[in-house]
Design a protein around this ligand. Structure first.
Ligand code: ATP
Ligand code: MG
Length: 360
């Protein structure tokens, strides 16, 4: 039996009701990325692994034995490669390293199935344990990702493995990497309106599902969207929240932030902020470019857009129809901005995204 687990909507809502963590991710942003430590190689000592079920309904079957690092040393990302978890799950390689987590590929030898493992460290770089707030951020990522996980376009969160030095999140493996590399390195979407629409609609459906559950992602960008063939999956709930309004300014990546997210004096609504990020992703898919570095008047490209809402048509290879959709997404007034429901209708109805090729 593969590890894959999908739960019913009732179970999902039940699990979601148990979420009470209210924390601010701006505090999390103080954490520095994990650094490489050449001296942190794990010895071959074997200790009993502590396993705890952090999420109801997730199955943890076998108690197992796992090598651990010496106390006080922070393991390098590479030092975990070759380790076994749950007896048959072998860490095979590194898929990605982000600000707060390292993602590994892993093979379950009992089913010959690949998984992705997101390792959330329990220690800071100096070896000190995380404080309560930082542990709550990790717990929130797990809880909110799990609550949203039943949707077909959200990466399945399959189980949690609690190890002395880190918490492993076992995820569905997406063999074609993230959307960023699919756009930039592979150029998969160039003048392919069919694929752009199919991809963006899957993403919209995933975000709409989260919003219906009262979960706001706050870090929508191509690096957090994973690919398996023509299917895409929303991932990385590290900055997600259940607060419909937030004063967590500067949350996420500047390219994808809404203008209200830069205004530190006001609370902003999280759903329209996610919609704005989706608009930037739609430009990425169609043009392989960002429309601006940041949606603030300090940015010359954004300022030009505020003065002329059709300027993107002259600077980027996008159609008149896509420009019409973008005007409704890149509406500076969040109250007036298009919703995910309206966007699904617009994207389904409008036939072209890329600028038609000029034929002489
Ligand atoms: N399930 C998966 N299958 C394949 N690749 C994955 C998977 N999950 C993550 N990755 C790769 O690892 C990268 C980092 O993953 P993720 O965004 O979850 O972590 P992060 O950015 O390090 O997290 P955080 O924002 O918590 O620091 C992704 O951009 C992607 O390239
Ligand atoms: Mg990420």
């Amino acid at each position: 039996m593969p590890l894959k687990l999908k739960i019913s909507v009732e179970e999902e809502l039940e699990a979601f009701k148990s979420i009470h963590i209210q924390t601010k991710s701006s505090e999390l942003l103080d954490e520095k990325p994990l650094e490489k430590n050449d001296n942190g190689t794990a010895p071959a000592t074997v200790i009993e692994e502590r396993i705890s079920i952090l999420i109801p309904n997730l199955l943890l079957t076998d108690l197992q034995i796992l090598p651990d690092e010496p106390l006080g040393l922070h393991p390098t990302p590479e030092s975990r490669v070759g380790k076994y978890l749950m007896r048959s799950l072998e860490i095979k390689g590194i898929l990605g390293t982000g600000a707060y987590g390292i993602v590994y590929s892993a093979m379950d030898h009992s089913h010959q199935t690949w998984y992705a493992l997101k390792a959330l460290s329990k220690k800071r770089i100096n070896g000190a344990p995380l404080d309560r707030r930082q542990r709550e951020f990790q717990s929130r990522e797990i809880q909110l990702h799990y609550a949203a996980s039943a949707h077909p376009n959200i990466v399945s969160l399959l189980r949690i493995i609690d190890d002395p030095e880190c918490t492993y999140i076992v995820l569905q493996y997406c063999p074609d990497g993230d959307l960023f590399s699919n756009i930039t390195e592979m150029g998969r979407f160039v003048v392919n309106d069919y694929l752009i629409r199919a991809t963006f609609l899957q993403l919209l459906s995933a975000v709409q599902h989260c919003h219906k559950l009262g979960i706001y992602h706050r870090d929508l960008k191509p690096e957090n969207i994973l690919v398996d063939g023509t299917q895409v999956f929303l991932a990385d709930f590290a900055l997600s929240t259940t607060d419909s309004e937030s004063d967590d300014h500067g949350c996420g990546s500047t390219f994808y932030m809404s203008p209200e997210c830069f205004k530190s004096s006001e609370m902003y609504r999280c759903a329209p902020n996610d919609v704005w990020s989706l608009g930037v992703i739609l430009v990425n898919l169609t043009c392989g470019r960002n429309p601006w570095k940041q949606a603030s008047p300090l940015d010359a490209n954004y300022l030009a857009y505020l003065e002329d809402r059709s300027i993107l048509k002259s600077t980027l290879p996008l159609s008149n129809e896509l420009n019409d959709i973008l005007v409704t997404i890149f509406e500076p007034d969040a109250e007036e901005r298009i919703t995910t429901e309206e966007l699904i209708t617009a994207v389904t109805t409008y036939p072209t995204f890329s600028k038609p090729l000029v034929t002489l």
